[in-house]
Design a protein around this ligand. Sequence first.
Ligand SMILES: [Zn+2]
Length: 164
Amino acid sequence: MSVIPDLLAANGRYAERFDKEELPAAPRRRVAILTCMDARLVPSRFLGLEEGDAHVICNAGGRATDDALRSLIISYRLLGTREFLVIHHTDCGAMSVDNEELWERLRRETGADASGIDFLPFRDLEASVREDVAAIRDSPLIPLTIPVRGFVYEVETGRLREVG
Ligand SMILES: [Zn+2]
């Protein structure tokens, strides 16, 4: 049973009340957030953001992949963001897998070889945040003047704590 009809109905209700047609594409609060796609994390809710406020880039683990960097570079260069946040979280699925297990599972289930894909799992939550903050800071395409701050979101409390 598809959930899509419910989503479309919700969108219809949203569009009926829609009054944000004047918003510019450049984020008003000039901030970009890189975080995990985990369904429990809704940055607009836990950071008090509205439409038009910020860029939110999500992937599995909230990792600073080439594609996340691509988005951050566009965010800064073309759309004027001036601060970045990296937010990983407790109980992340990326902490409960490793590449070898995933490659083996995919080989078993699909017959295909996924060993060319690094799924970027991690064991140490704070270390993974520091690593991704460093990857962004080390990009020659992102200026050193941009603050890049790392956080852990606690799914148990809804609270962010900074990783120094
Ligand atoms: Zn996660």
